[in-house]
Design a protein around this ligand. Structure first.
Ligand code: P6P
Length: 341
């Protein structure tokens, strides 16, 4: 039996008690995000059964329209939080523009940015997917939030987290006071504290994670970095193992727990990489930094980048500080001629 059974609600209240000026607004947002995570987990878990209970776009046994899961996740999060009274605006990977709070609801002083279901294409083959969220304070003047409230650098986040729908459903979040992991017990519908104060192991496991199919489009420095990690450049360092799930939340969750280096580099086809800065790279960078790791775009700390547009992309190197530092050093070095693949 564990020493104590701590639900995420109890944990959020205990954390709030430590900060006298906490208004409870932030706790309410996290509580609603946990609720949305439970609802999304339920649908993700039965995704494979959709063919039995109704094709996407069709209706299920309850006569409900079956939505694509990423659209479903987008809607669930928006509807779970649009009336909480603590948000002035939201933004989602699934929506081109910012998402205003409906006029009939009160607004508040926080901003929610989210990727409702990252890696959703993997669901068809039962691969782990995830939800990512980032919370900022309101900075604009008016009562209702604007794009200005969304375009803030990562160091201004007041909280970040993700829900990973894997062998179990886990919610991991930080408010800058430690990284805490909660595992969903579906039999009681509660997220229970299972990983308090997550710290990245030092040294981290020698695991690198990148889509090597893109190698032909990489810079010579990127190619040289991967050859180094494989022990192919005659260096004395022990080589790394390769692991790549192709679902960012899963790859970064493994990196957080074991250590290692996850990369989505820029390449000739994607000069700013593929991953989104505001609601993928920045929240993951806050979490990994808080757990003792590091996150850069190749040259700059991810949390220092001032975004210019809602869906802008960024290259990402994230994981154990020693490995991100190594990547930064090798990427900065001139390379004579082409590097053999
Ligand atoms: P690639 C999933 O589609 C995603 O957005 C991330 O979750 C993942 O890290 C990346 O794309 C995988 O992209 O090009 O390697 O298939």
């Amino acid at each position: 039996m564990p020493e104590s059974i701590v639900t995420i609600e109890r944990h959020i209240i205990d954390q709030e008690r430590q900060f006298p000026d906490a208004t409870g607004a932030f706790s309410s947002i996290l509580y609603d995000l946990a609720l949305a995570g439970k609802l999304i987990s339920r649908e993700v878990r039965k995704a494979g059964l959709v063919d039995i209970i109704g094709k996407t776009g069709g209706t299920n046994v309850h006569g409900e329209t079956v939505k694509k899961l990423d659209v479903f996740a987008h809607d669930v999060i928006y509807k779970a939080l649009d009336h909480c009274g603590h948000l002035c605006v939201m933004a989602s990977e699934e929506a081109e523009d910012v998402l205003p709070i409906p006029d009939q609801f009160h607004t508040g002083n926080y901003v929610l940015l989210y990727d409702p279901l990252d890696g959703s294409s993997n669901i068809d083959v039962n691969v782990t997917v995830g939800t990512i969220f980032s919370i900022h304070r309101k900075v604009s003047e008016g009562e209702r939030g604007t794009i200005e409230d969304c375009l803030q650098p990562g160091f201004r986040q007041i909280a970040a987290g993700y829900v990973v729908y894997g062998s179990s459903t886990m919610l991991v979040y930080t408010t800058g006071h430690g990284v805490h992991g909660f595992t969903l017990d579906p039999s009681i519908g509660e997220f229970l504290l299972s990983h308090p104060n997550i710290r990245m192991p030092e040294p981290g496991k020698r695991i690198y994670s990148v889509n090597e199919g893109n190698e032909g489009r990489w810079s010579n420095q990127q190619k040289r970095l991967i050859r180094h990690l494989k022990g192919l450049d005659g260096g004395k360092t022990k080589s790394f193992s390769g692991r790549y799930i192709g679902s960012m939340v899963a790859d970064i969750h493994r990196t957080l727990m074991y250590g290692g280096l996850f990369m989505y580099p820029a390449d000739r086809k994607s000069p700013r990489g593929k991953l989104r800065l505001l609601y993928e790279c920045s929240p993951m960078a806050m979490i990994v930094n808080e757990a003792g790791g590091r996150a850069i775009d190749g040259t700059r700390d991810i949390l220092s980048i001032s975004p210019e547009s809602l869906h802008e992309r960024s290259p990402l190197y994230i994981g154990s500080k020693e490995y991100v530092d190594l990547a930064e050093r090798i990427l900065s070095e001139e390379v004579d001629g082409d590097v053999a693949a």
